[in-house]
Structures are given as structure tokens and as C-alpha cells.
Design a protein around this ligand. Structure first.
Ligand code: HEM
Length: 223
């Protein structure tokens, strides 16, 4: 393996967990607050995050730039790397293929989702205070509910299976026994995250998030 390629792959693996994995878990918890504590709890979480000092730089270096590198370089890896049939057992080969498929789905979903949320805020079409109602209007559409479910479950698989690969790549789980144990823990984490995202989506559908006045007309393409 060429040295430059080796370091680019290592950086790709690292950024998937730090900072992107941290962001992903934080994002899941913020959304889950909509299910557990309703509108007030969700608005409170959004307000807390947006009042953090230097929020612009936190987002730039903690989300946008790492996401750009991890996403674009990840697509390159997905289309150029060879299948490992023969090197690993059947289960690992399926996981390797699933990692690529969920990576591509997550990539497309995230572009759409950031356009629909963060970009609309930046353009001044919605405010942070309106986000709960805005998500409610989006997710009550059955098609959007399914798109969000597929996006969130793909991203959860991609993150948790990626965590397994990260532990191998960084020499943390070395032998087959350690790798088997970590596979079970990572798949357990996947199930927990998939359930929490699903409950968040159900939370946003609740009537509590309905607006006094509809803001549907500004939802891109479905309003
Ligand atoms: C239950 C499903 C989800 C809901 C309800 C949801 C909701 C939101 C909301 C309301 C925002 C705007 C936050 C703000 O500006 O304060 C946002 C931003 C974002 N979401 Fe999601 N999201 C979901 C799933 C996902 C998934 C699966 C990913 C994949 C990684 C993701 C990635 C992002 C990113 C990258 C941003 C931009 C963050 C920023 O710049 O601050 N979201 N989401």
C-alpha cells in the first residue's frame, strides 16, 4: 500500500468516529428528546446547541469539513476497493458490502437532509424555534417518513459497523476473539440506535408539534 494512500485511509477511518461519530450520537439524542420530552424538550436541546460558544467553528471543523472528506473519499473507496471474498468469513463479507451500500445511501440522504434543514435556516426561510413544527410537517408525509427511516437506519448501520472496522484498523481489537466480541457489541449498538431514531420520528409526528399556522409552503419540493 502506498504511503499517501495509507494515511488518507487512516484519516478517513478516524474522522468517521472523531468527530463524525460523536456528532451522530449527539444528533440522535437531540432528536430522541422529541419523543421522550416532546416539543419543549426538543426546542430546549436545539437552543442549548445553538448557544454554544463559537458554534460556527464547531460546526465547520466538527461536522461540515470532516463530512465532506469522509463522504467524498468514502465514495472513492466504495467504487475502487476490491471485494475481499476469500479473505474473510461469509458474515464479514456481507458486512463489508453492507458498509458500502449504507455509505452511499447515507451520503445521498445527508445532502438532501442538510439542504432541507440547515441550508433553509441559513437562507432565513425558517428559524431554530420553528424547527420542531417544520420537522413535524415533513415527517407526517408518509413518503418522507419512509425516506427518513431508511436514511436514519442506513446511517446507524454505517456508523456502528464502521466502529467495528475502526477498532480493527487502529489495532484496538487484534485477535479473532476480540473482533467477535466487538462485532456483537457494535450490532447491539446498531439495534439501540435504529430503535431510538424510529421513536424520534414517531415523536415528531405527534400533534404537539403542530403549528398554529402552517409553514408547509416552504418545505422544498413537497410544500
Ligand atoms: C430522526 C431522523 C432525523 C431528524 C428528525 C433530524 C433532524 C435534523 C434537524 C432539525 C437539523 C437542523 C439542526 C439545527 O440546525 O439546529 C438537522 C441537521 C443535520 N442532520 Fe439530521 N435529523 C435526522 C437524522 C439524521 C441522520 C441519520 C443524519 C446522518 C448522519 C443526519 C445528519 C445531519 C447533519 C449533518 C445536519 C447538519 C448539522 C449542522 O450543521 O448543525 N441527520 N437534522
Amino acid at each position: 500500500m502506498k504511503r499517501g494512500y495509507f494515511y488518507s485511509r487512516k484519516l478517513h477511518s478516524l474522522l468517521g468516529i472523531i468527530p463524525l461519530g460523536f456528532f451522530f450520537v449527539e444528533h440522535m439524542l437531540t432528536n430522541y428528546s422529541a419523543f421522550e420530552g416532546g416539543k419543549e424538550a426538543f426546542q430546549g436541546s436545539v437552543k442549548f446547541l445553538n448557544e454554544l460558544p463559537l458554534i460556527f467553528f464547531l460546526e465547520l471543523f466538527g461536522i461540515w469539513l470532516p463530512l465532506l472528506y469522509h463522504g467524498v473519499y468514502g465514495l472513492y473507496i466504495a467504487y475502487t476497493s476490491k471485494n475481499n471474498v476469500g479473505n474473510y468469513n461469509y458474515g464479514r463479507n456481507v458486512a463489508f458490502l453492507m458498509q458500502r451500500i449504507t455509505g452511499v445511501i447515507t451520503f445521498v440522504f445527508v445532502i438532501w437532509h442538510v439542504y432541507e434543514t440547515r441550508v433553509q435556516i441559513a437562507l432565513g426561510n425558517i428559524t431554530h424555534e420553528q424547527l420542531g413544527t417544520y420537522m413535524h410537517d415533513i415527517i407526517t408525509s408518509p413518503l418522507m417518513f419512509i425516506i427518513y427511516l431508511v436514511g436514519a437506519i442506513s446511517a446507524s448501520y454505517h456508523f456502528t459497523n464502521g466502529l467495528w472496522a475502526f477498532l480493527v484498523s487502529w489495532g484496538i481489537t487484534v485477535g479473532p476473539r476480540a473482533q467477535n466480541v466487538s462485532a456483537k457489541i457494535c450490532m447491539g449498538l446498531f439495534i439501540v440506535m435504529a430503535i431510538m431514531f424510529t421513536l424520534s420520528l414517531i415523536g415528531f409526528r405527534s400533534a404537539e408539534f403542530q403549528a398554529a399556522e402552517a409553514i408547509q409552503s416552504i418545505i422544498p419540493f413537497i410544500g
